[in-house]
Design a protein. Structure first.
Lengths: 215, 10
C-alpha cells in the first residue's frame, strides 16, 4: 500500500458516501445518472469475484464489500425508493448504457493477461469502469444547475483513478512491479474522460461560481 | 502475454 493508492481508495470511498448522503438527506437523486450507477454495480460484481477466493487483507475485503453494498444501495434508492425515484431525471438520463457492455466484454475476451473466467471478468470490469462515467457526464451537460454535492461526488470519483495512475507509477518504479498495460490504459482513458469536467470544476471553484458544463 | 498482475488493488 502506498499513499497514492490509499488516497485513491479514500477518494473513491468518500465519493460513494457523499452520494449516499446526498440521496438520503435531500431525498433526491436529481442530476445523478442511474445508468452510471448500474454500470458501477456490474463493474464491482465483475471485479470483486475474488472476494471469496483470495484473501489479501482485512482492508481489501472490507472495501470491496463496502463498494458493492453502496453501489447496490444507490441503485435501489433510485429505482425503488418511493420519494427518491420521483426525482430521477428519467427523460435526461437517456444514454443507452447496455450498449457499452458487450464491446467491453468482447474486448476483454480478446485483450487480457490470461484466458480464465476470473481474469476475463476482471479485465471486463476495468474496461467497463473506464466508460461507466459517460452517462453521468452527459446528464451533467443537460442539467442546468448542478448541486455542489453532485459536483464534489464526480470530482472525487475522477480523482480516485487519477491517484491510482500515480500509484501504478510508484509501484512500477519503487516496487519493480510488472507493467500493467491493461490497468494503465484503462485508467488513462477513464481519467481523460473527466478532463473537461475537472477544468470546469476547478474554474468554478476558483471563481467561486456555480459549476456549469457547456452543453 | 504476461502473467496476470497481483489483484491486491481495488
Amino acid at each position: 500500500m502506498n499513499i497514492f493508492r490509499l488516497a485513491g481508495d479514500m477518494s473513491h470511498l468518500l465519493s460513494v458516501i457523499l452520494l449516499l448522503l446526498k440521496i438520503r438527506t435531500t431525498k433526491s437523486c436529481a442530476g445523478i445518472s442511474l445508468k452510471t450507477q448500474e454500470l458501477y454495480v456490474v463493474v464491482f460484481l465483475a471485479r470483486y469475484l475474488n472476494l471469496f477466493t483470495r484473501y489479501y487483507s482485512f482492508y481489501n475485503t472490507v472495501m470491496k464489500l463496502v463498494f458493492i453494498a453502496t453501489s447496490v444501495c444507490i441503485v435501489w434508492y433510485m429505482r425503488f425508493h418511493k420519494v427518491v425515484k420521483q426525482t430521477y431525471n428519467k427523460d435526461l438520463d437517456t444514454f443507452r448504457h447496455y450498449v457499452v457492455i458487450p464491446p467491453c466484454f468482447l474486448l476483454a475476451l480478446l485483450v487480457h493477461h490470461e484466458f480464465t473466467v476470473m481474469e476475463v471478468l476482471w479485465t471486463f470490469s476495468l474496461y467497463l469502469e473506464a466508460v461507466a462515467i459517460l452517462p453521468q457526464l452527459i446528464l451533467l451537460q443537460r442539467t442546468r444547475n448542478i448541486d455542489n454535492l453532485t459536483g464534489n461526488y464526480i470530482f472525487l470519483l475522477g480523482a480516485y483513478r487519477a491517484l491510482y495512475l500515480l500509484n501504478w507509477i510508484y509501484r512500477f518504479f519503487m516496487e519493480k512491479a510488472q507493467a500493467r498495460w491493461i490497468s494503465w490504459i484503462s485508467g488513462l482513458v477513464q481519467t481523460a474522460l473527466y478532463a473537461d469536467f475537472f477544468y470546469y470544476y476547478i474554474k468554478s471553484w476558483k471563481n467561486n461560481e456555480k459549476l456549469k458544463l457547456p452543453a | 502475454c504476461q502473467s496476470s498482475p497481483v489483484k491486491d488493488e481495488l
